[in-house]
Write a protein that binds this ligand. Structure first.
Ligand SMILES: [Zn+2]
Ligand SMILES: [Zn+2]
Length: 138
């Protein structure tokens, strides 16, 4: 896919991914679950060269959730937009911003599976990595 467009709930903030396939992962870490009321469904376009951010600066809030990571939200509608590793300039986005990607999604990876609380489980057969990025079958 080329020039895949995504927006937050209110539409003020738009993001374009220049090139992407259909890969979607979930993150079960404590921070993702707390900020979004459940696991985050994400896409990983990697470097910033692959991303065009069209953000309304007075309608976004950036939160430094750890030393090198910033999370960005629409401050009008509250939608989680992205995770940005500042040192590596690596972006991951809320997959649900992008209808064109989720229509054809291949859900292939669950991250921090060992942090997942027991009350939910996805039935999908995916690769599952713990917080040390080691594969787990639990
Ligand atoms: Zn919004
Ligand atoms: Zn996470």
């Amino acid at each position: 896919m080329e020039n895949v467009k995504g927006t937050c709930l209110c539409g003020k903030n738009q993001i374009t991914i220049k090139r992407y396939g259909n890969f979607i992962y979930s993150c079960h870490c404590d921070m993702c679950r707390k900020m979004s009321a459940g696991p985050v469904m994400g896409i990983d376009p990697e470097k910033s060269e692959n991303v065009v951010l069209d953000l309304v600066e007075d309608s976004v809030t950036r939160y430094r959730s750890s030393e090198e990571v910033e999370r960005c939200f629409c401050s009008t509608c509250g939608t989680y937009l992205y995770w940005h590793h500042l040192g590596r300039d690596h972006y991951c986005f809320n997959a649900e911003l992008f209808p064109g990607i989720i229509e054809v999604a291949d859900f292939g990876l669950q991250l921090f599976y060992d942090r997942k609380p027991a009350y939910y489980d996805f039935a999908n057969k995916t690769k599952r990595l713990d917080h040390n990025f080691q594969e787990t079958t639990e």
